[in-house]
Design a protein around this ligand. Structure first.
Ligand SMILES: Cc1cc2nc3c(=O)[nH]c(=O)nc-3n(C[C@H](O)[C@H](O)[C@H](O)COP(=O)(O)OP(=O)(O)OC[C@H]3O[C@@H](n4cnc5c(N)ncnc54)[C@H](O)[C@@H]3O)c2cc1C
Length: 166
């Protein structure tokens, strides 16, 4: 999915990945062939990555460690990392921040059953205790509707949803 944060993502450092396809063949895919874009790769459905080569940038261990600590502290301060959440819920639309659109549409803290739009970071949906997946999905759809009505922007789910709601 080309995970990333704070201006960098996996595609910045991935050289190649060894992939086992649904048909059972083992193939080495270069980063170029993987066709990374924002939160997307061309990895075929059902293929499994079994090995990957990354290329880092050499640096002073103390400097690298300090930068890792800084980012970890920033995440801790701005995201509900210790709650039940699937992480960032919607992709950032071109030229926008999803959390800001959700906030502007009045969705911060919005609840449906035990599902809640995080007060700390509006692009995170929380399970406060006993929310069903259907409640979380319905809350997300309500957020999408409200953002569309308020700003005209259609939010796209970043979280991959599986199964059928009952
Ligand atoms: C609190 C929190 C904060 C987060 N913050 C960020 C963030 O800042 N930026 C960001 O990009 N994401 C963020 N995420 C999302 C997280 O990075 C992604 O969900 C990540 O892909 C999870 O990987 P996993 O292997 O742990 O999960 P899994 O659920 O095991 O896998 C995620 C998906 O990848 C597939 N997959 C797993 N392993 C393989 C494999 N070997 N080969 C092929 N497919 C595979 C699975 O089938 C599934 O579709 C956050 C999530 C949480 C909970």
């Amino acid at each position: 999915m080309n995970a990333g944060a704070y201006g960098r993502d996996v595609s910045d450092i991935l050289v190649e990945a060894t992939v086992v396809t649904r048909e059972g063949s083992v193939e080495v895919w270069s980063a170029e062939k993987l066709g990374f874009t924002y939160r997307h790769s061309d990895l075929p459905a059902g293929a499994v990555v079994v090995e990957a080569v990354f290329s880092g940038t050499p640096g002073e261990p103390a400097v690298i460690g300090a930068e890792m600590d800084r980012i970890a502290a920033e995440r801790e301060a701005s995201q509900p990392l210790r709650s039940r959440t699937g992480g960032s819920t919607f992709k950032n639309p071109e030229g926008h921040k999803a959390w800001a659109l959700i906030d502007a549409a009045g969705c911060r803290g919005l609840t449906r059953g035990d599902a809640q739009v995080s007060e700390k970071h509006c692009n995170f949906l929380l399970n406060l205790g006993s929310a069903s997946s259907a409640e979380i999905e319905a809350l997300g759809e309500e957020v999408r509707d409200r953002v569309k009505a308020h700003s005209g922007v259609t939010l796209e789910w970043e979280i991959q949803r599986v199964g059928v709601a009952k």
